[in-house]
Design a protein around this ligand. Structure first.
Ligand code: ARG
Length: 455
């Protein structure tokens, strides 16, 4: 492979550690696309003849169809996808194949292929997140005024609406989407033409190849072009944050599906049974979405460690960038799709949600707010009075609405029967009309905004 310099072949162990074809074959489409752009540019600038460029173009299309049909024979001895494609091209078209690598190195080649691949995955993540957000918005619309308990510390805090809870996730995934779009915009520069690291003496046209490959411009520094992998790291960091959000959602689904909560039902399509316990219905998809976060975050850490001590420019260490990114991208896209599927499938159970919403003295804050509003008490004093009322209710084994008026008046003489109005969960949520609050009206406004955004 290395021409004149090498007499003997590599040791088997070298071949085993060095060859990347088993996984970088996933870059085949991008490799061929970039080679076609490069060959066309070499002809346009007069570096190779038009007839050679045409032979290369045709040959590359044949290679691509062989790969797509599965008839292509990938060879470990040829190390990686770049050498495999070029070698087959030579078999197919002979001498012109040898001109394709003019003014190019595998260093700018792999950097280009990989950027194209990651860029595509950014687009796929954006599309997947939009579908997931649509599913959340549909849930929010249907359950805009469905009351449920809102938690802090996983202790009942205040009643909220189902729609509001769903839209909290839409907000998170919208920021994730933004991170993928930002990463995409930053990575969309072409390394092609940087050659090994220093550029080339041939009169190449980097604008032309950049444009052909959909990049905004060529990268400005050839050393940076072949050694930069922050685009992959940035994709992984956006993926890791997104996976963290998916995991939180998945965790809630797991909890909500439990018999103890019973807040939602997943259908047969998104649950599995047990081989021993006939009654079981397990939320496996949610658990796996939650678990995928481990490998995705692991990939971010892994690639960071590969890159952290590397001197400029290219080192073979960088070959270790791919598997982690491939695996993380596969896992993320699958997790997004599974989350979307579950959100579409999931049925909230209104009665369970409502019962739980009223438990745990969830309207205590409403009572304290009422004391402030109607009796002009400072909030801190109202908090204290309410705390005493909660204690009283607890002692009597009832909720706040179950306390007789006289019992309340014993704690504070100013309390009137009007107070009962704020102790119901529906009134509680309806009253939280502040910007971003949980009131059904607010939720409906937000649903309308999301529908506008998502089209
Ligand atoms: N398979 C290599 C990689 O993924 C391609 C670049 C090889 N470059 C080199 N100088 N050996 O990084």
């Amino acid at each position: 492979m290395w021409g004149g310099r090498f007499g003997l072949g590599p040791d088997a162990v070298l071949e085993a550690i060095n060859a990347s074809i088993d996984y970088d074959k996933r870059l085949a489409t991008q490799d061929i696309e970039a080679s076609r752009a490069h060959a066309a540019m070499l002809a346009a600038t007069g570096i190779i003849s038009h007839s050679d460029a045409e032979a290369i173009r045709e040959g590359l299309l044949t290679v691509l169809s062989e790969i797509e049909s599965g008839s292509f024979r990938f060879q470990k001895a040829l190390e990686d996808i770049h050498m495999n494609v070029e070698s087959r091209l030579r078999e197919l078209i002979g001498e012109p194949a040898g001109r394709l690598h003019t003014a190019r190195s595998r260093n700018d080649q792999v950097a280009t292929d990989f950027r194209l691949w990651v860029r595509e995955r950014c687009d796929a993540a954006v599309a997947g997140l939009e579908a997931l957000m649509r599913a959340l918005v549909a849930q929010a619309e249907q359950g805009a005024d469905l009351v449920m308990p809102g938690f802090t510390h996983l202790q009942t805090a205040q009643p909220v609406t189902w729609g509001h809870h769903m839209l909290a996730y839409a907000e998170m995934f919208a920021r994730d989407r933004g991170r993928f779009l930002d990463a995409r915009a930053r990575m969309n520069e072409s390394p092609l033409g940087a050659a090994a690291l220093a550029g080339t003496s041939f009169p190449i046209d980097r604008e032309m190849t950049a444009k052909a490959l959909g990049f905004d411009r060529p990268m400005a520094n050839s050393i940076d072009a072949v050694s930069a992998r922050d685009f992959a790291l940035e994709f992984l960091s956006a993926s890791a944050i997104c996976a963290t959000h998916l995991s939180r959602l998945a965790e809630e689904i797991v909890i909500w599906c439990s018999a103890e909560f019973g807040f939602v039902k997943l259908s047969d399509a998104f649950t599995t049974g047990s081989s021993i316990m006939p009654q079981k219905r397990n939320p496996d998809a949610a658990e796996l979405v939650r678990a995928k976060t481990g490998r995705i975050l692991g990939a971010f850490v892994g690639l960071g460690i590969v890159l952290k001590g590397l001197p400029l420019a290219y080192s073979k260490d960088m070959q270790e960038d791919k598997e982690q990114v491939f695996d993380a991208a596969d896992s993320l896209l699958l997790a997004i799709a599974a989350a979307e599927g579950m959100i579409r499938d999931m049925q909230p159970v209104p009665q369970r949600l409502r019962e739980a919403a009223g438990r745990g003295f969830s309207t205590a804050t409403d009572l304290a707010d009422w004391l402030v509003r109607r009796l002009g008490m400072p909030f801190r004093d109202a908090h204290h009075v309410t705390g005493t009322l909660v204690k009283e209710a607890e002692a009597r084994g009832c909720d706040l609405a179950g306390l007789p008026l006289e019992a309340m008046q014993q704690v504070h003489g100013g309390i009137t029967a009007e107070v009962y109005e704020v102790l119901g969960v529906d009134n509680s949520v309806a009253s939280r009309r502040s910007h971003g609050g949980t009131a059904p009206d607010q939720v409906r406004t937000q649903v309308a905004r999301w529908k506008e955004i998502l089209g």
